[in-house]
Design a protein around this ligand. Structure first.
Ligand code: SF4
Ligand code: SF4
Length: 262
């Protein structure tokens, strides 16, 4: 995700799009050509000893403090004004108008103070709440499907990753992601997004955002383990998905999500 004032790649025109489709079709030939280490990660079977990672966001708990965004930036060297995770503030008014603010600076106190309960009664505001966002690690990942060189792939434990060695920075995945979670890293010039801190979770640690959240609004774990917190939460709480009608089968579950959230 890129800050609102940042330039995004422009949409291709029809001729260019058709040409790209040809490249994508050809690209399928390259998908299977990956390094042995990479091949080990790629989804193959559902063996029971392989975890199935999932993520949940409890929107009833988030206080919009931005600790998760700061932790993510520090952990993953995310360039300034680009985001692997971010927090949106929704403001619902009495006339059903919805206003969405996106924190363009995680240290911006104005973003935070505007949604305090005391401020809600002003300006006909009925309610305000925060919604953390990140890559949904979709089971049916559009980004994986459009990558012409197979640089984007889904691991066998359910995490969608980008191999920077193979990424050519074409930006097709950035345009294809229906959740706007990807960006071209302005320093590496390759596609970037949340990895669920894969380097941490494969060592038994939590993603940095989950670790840093002071109120437990972000929950992560192995859904194959019935005793994990994520399994308990998904058993006991009602949850929904973002844009379920698209059939992307997101692996990020939202608790307490208001119907106005897009
Ligand atoms: S949210 Fe976007 S980038 Fe993440 S897996 Fe789904 S389509 Fe790909
Ligand atoms: S750290 Fe937790 S409470 Fe703070 S903004 Fe992130 S999700 Fe919300």
């Amino acid at each position: 995700m890129t800050a609102p004032d940042e330039k995004k790649p422009t949409a291709p025109d029809r001729r260019e799009f058709l040409a790209r489709c040809g490249q994508v079709a050809l690209g399928g030939l390259f998908v299977i050509k990956c390094t042995p280490a990479l091949a080990d990660l790629v989804a193959s079977d559902g063996a029971d000893d392989i975890p199935e990672w999932a993520y949940a966001v409890d929107t009833t708990k988030c206080i919009g403090c931005g600790a998760c965004m700061r932790a993510c930036r520090a952990e993953n060297n995310v360039p300034e004004s680009q985001f692997r995770t971010w927090v949106e503030r929704y403001e619902i008014r009495g006339d059903h108008a919805v206003r969405i603010d996106i924190a363009s600076d995680e240290n911006n106190a104005t973003f935070l103070s505007n949604a305090t309960p005391a401020a809600e009664a002003k300006d006909g505001r009925v309610k305000a709440f925060f919604v953390p966002k990140l890559c949904n690690h979709c089971e049916t990942s559009v980004c994986v499907q459009v990558c012409p060189v197979g640089a984007t792939f889904r691991t066998k434990d359910g995490v969608v990753l980008v191999d920077p060695e193979h990424c050519v920075g074409c930006g097709y995945c950035v345009q294809a992601c229906p959740y706007s979670t990807r960006f071209i890293n302005k320093e590496t010039h390759t596609a970037d997004k949340c990895t669920l801190c894969y380097h941490r979770i494969t060592k038994g640690l939590l993603p940095a955002c989950v670790q840093s959240c002071p109120v437990g609004a972000r929950i992560f774990g192995n859904v194959k383990d019935p005793d994990s917190e994520i399994s308990r939460v998904l058993r006991e709480r009602r949850y929904t998905l973002l844009k379920p009608e698209l059939g992307t089968n997101p692996r990020c579950y939202y608790i307490g999500l208001d119907m106005e959230v897009v």
